[in-house]
Write a protein that binds this ligand. Sequence first.
Ligand SMILES: NC(=O)c1ccc[n+]([C@@H]2O[C@H](COP(=O)([O-])OP(=O)(O)OC[C@H]3O[C@@H](n4cnc5c(N)ncnc54)[C@H](OP(=O)(O)O)[C@@H]3O)[C@@H](O)[C@H]2O)c1
Length: 382
Amino acid sequence: MASLRGALRSFGALRHCVSACPFPYKLSGTIRAFAVAASPPSKAVVYEQHGAPDQVVRVVYLPPVELKENDVCVRMLASPINPSDINRIEGVYPVRPPIPAVGGYEGVGQVHSLGSSVSTLSVGDWVIPSPPSFGTWQTYIVKEESAWHKIIKNVPLEYAATIIVNPLTALRMLEDFVNLTSGDAIVQNGATSIVGQCIIQLAKIRGVCSINIIRDRPGSDEVKEKIKKLGADFVCTESQLLLRNVKTILGGIPEPVLGFNCVGGDAASFVLKFLRQGGTMVTYGGMAKKPVSVSTSSFIFKDLALRGFWLQKWMTSDKVGDCRAMIDYLLSLVQSGKLKYELEPVPFNDFSLALDKALGKHGSQPKQYLKKSLLYILHWEH
Ligand SMILES: NC(=O)c1ccc[n+]([C@@H]2O[C@H](COP(=O)([O-])OP(=O)(O)OC[C@H]3O[C@@H](n4cnc5c(N)ncnc54)[C@H](OP(=O)(O)O)[C@@H]3O)[C@@H](O)[C@H]2O)c1
């Protein structure tokens, strides 16, 4: 690999790279880029058409990009495969980059080189694109200085790479729908998801109890214990809910005022069963790929409200200015051990394996708690 990358630095290899590149690219620009400051060639996971990700993505070398005076070239260190990344490649996500496109939406990198006018960043700083932006599955990215947020270095790489999409979603959903106070309770399905784990921990910090519903699986007792260790007050499987009245389950936990639906289908109706009169359920995921199932009585007798949350839309709101402070807050929780989740690192060279795991090909049923989460880190090897 090292010799291939070395070879790419020669002009001959670069020409080959350009011809293999699916993107429109001006060769004359390349030559100037070498005379002026330019990024190294970038190894990228690209797709030229929408479809099954394991069929349409491929790894290519992209040619160097010229650095303008306000640009920063960042050597990417890690980036996750989130469910929404898969959906964008499939072409079913509402907002997608135009194709051909490089995959990925968030990640962390280290400043590699700077344009002449850059004043707030230095070579070696750790940065994340904020707001997140398409195309993080590549080794080098060039963007304007203002597109990068400098973060602390003493957090594990995998948290820095994943601090926006899931933890920020959990934070916003806890704060933006109902005014929760200490002693309140929330209920959620999909509690094993990374968002779900963040909800449990962020709720705990606020003194808010959490009721957590997971799918049935062999070894569910072990999963329940792990979720409880994160701070969950109550964890149950869907089948337990079919057998017991939710009121008898709650014990001393107050009826939840807010619920989160990650799954859809019947799993949503379990969340609704727990909610108190006038409560709100926020749908943010559709992992079961089935419509949300709501009983008529939920509306008539409980006057429940159904809402939705989408981080990408939130990123276009006037609150986005606070995004970087929220990222710093979430990273501080990671630093102090109050926010944890497990991710499986996969070397970039094993990208197809990482993708297969993210697609559930290595078995999501039964699923080891977190180890087989659909979220995998691409650990770039340069
Ligand atoms: N709206 C937004 O802005 C926003 C932001 C972030 C994430 N999301 C969405 O939130 C969801 C979770 O994301 P994540 O990255 O936290 O997930 P993740 O860590 O990859 O975990 C996936 C979760 O989905 C469950 N799951 C998978 N297939 C399922 C199925 N067929 N039926 C029921 N449950 C299933 C898994 O349960 P098991 O443990 O039982 O396998 C696990 O809890 C995704 O739909 C994602 O797109 C939305």
